[in-house]
Design a binder for this molecule. Structure first.
Ligand code: URA
Length: 308
């Protein structure tokens, strides 16, 4: 059955359409065809490649011809900021690259280098009283038995920083006295260090309920305390045991695996990050990495690592 026999006069319809287009100012219709080589040469490179690879007749994504070298705007000194979106949140501060595995890091002097032993003792005592009086973390303060400030010499070469007190520490008022503390003591002895030679403290001064991981707001509430404590003690070295201490001191969210094996800087102290003793109790296969980190520190301290 032909179209004419269906009663449709295609010629008349076409003429009517052409007349309508002419009255509307349309003089010719675009025809889908493969672009000519000299047209492709005008396209931006990305579009040119897609036409070459696919033989697509789509044409360039922009109607502008590719700008020639002379027409392109002068290069800007820095790239414009990329707008943030919920799908692509940007960090508020640029993240500094990790320091190299070997080589110098940038240390900055402590603020008050004139404190003698008595000045340090008085400053620590005052800070301790402030910690005891702190009620900032509502979820924690109603459940803690006591605050756990820190313990050690007034002029420690090395400060060890943990995460937060557990149940044993909450009872005793001293950091690292439970199972993790016992492993810590063994690591210290193996490294040629005695517990009373180092200052031991935590990021959080109170036990989070059920030993849960501290949240960022709690770390920030405690920041003035641990930063003042470090400023008074002015150690040459800090060991951050686990990612919470590393995040608090270095302000980085990287895993321990990425941060360990090198020194970082906190003010005038070299910072070593390694696995938390509680993690090592659960994951003994990570112990050899912590042992490598401790040997790196021992070399710095002039202690000969024992041969095993
Ligand atoms: N874990 C810590 O991080 N600190 C302690 O004091 C005890 C366990």
């Amino acid at each position: 059955m032909s179209r004419e026999t269906e009663g449709i006069d295609w010629t008349t319809i076409a003429e009517q359409l052409l007349g309508h287009w002419k009255r509307s100012g349309i003089t010719h219709l675009p025809i889908a065809r493969h672009p000519l080589p000299d047209e492709i040469a005008q396209w931006p490179v990305a579009d040119r490649n897609s036409a070459d690879a696919t033989g697509s007749s789509k044409g360039p994504s922009t109607l502008q011809p590719a700008p020639t070298k002379q027409a392109s705007p002068p290069p800007k000194p820095s790239s414009p900021p990329v707008p943030s979106s919920p799908e692509n949140p940007l960090p508020t501060k640029p993240i500094a690259p990790l320091p190299p595995m070997e080589g110098p890091i940038t240390l900055t002097p402590w603020v008050n280098t004139s404190l003698d032993d008595n000045g340090r003792a008085v400053a620590l005592q005052g800070l301790h009283e402030e910690v005891k009086a702190c009620r900032k973390c509502a979820d924690i303060v109603c459940r803690r038995m006591q605050t756990v400030f820190g313990i050690g010499p007034l002029r420690p070469k090395l400060v060890m920083m943990g995460e937060a007190p557990g149940a044993d520490e909450d009872r005793a008022g001293e950091p690292f006295v439970g199972a993790a503390g016992q492993l810590l003591d063994k690591i210290l002895v193996a490294s040629g260090l005695a517990r009373n030679q180092v200052y031991i403290m935590n990021t959080l001064k109170c036990r989070p309920p059920g030993n849960r991981t501290p949240v960022d707001a709690e770390i920030e509430n405690c920041r003035p305390f641990f930063e003042s404590q470090l400023e008074i003690l002015q150690p040459e070295y800090i060991i951050c045991w686990g990612s919470i201490a590393a995040r608090a001191v270095l302000r980085r969210n990287d895993s321990v695996g990425r941060l360990r094996g090198r020194f970082h800087a906190y003010k005038n102290a070299k910072v070593l990050v390694t696995y938390h003793p509680s993690y090592l109790l659960r994951t003994p296969e990570a112990k050899h990495q912590t042992w490598d980190d401790m040997k790196m520190l021992m070399r710095e301290l002039g202690i000969t690592p024992p041969t095993r």
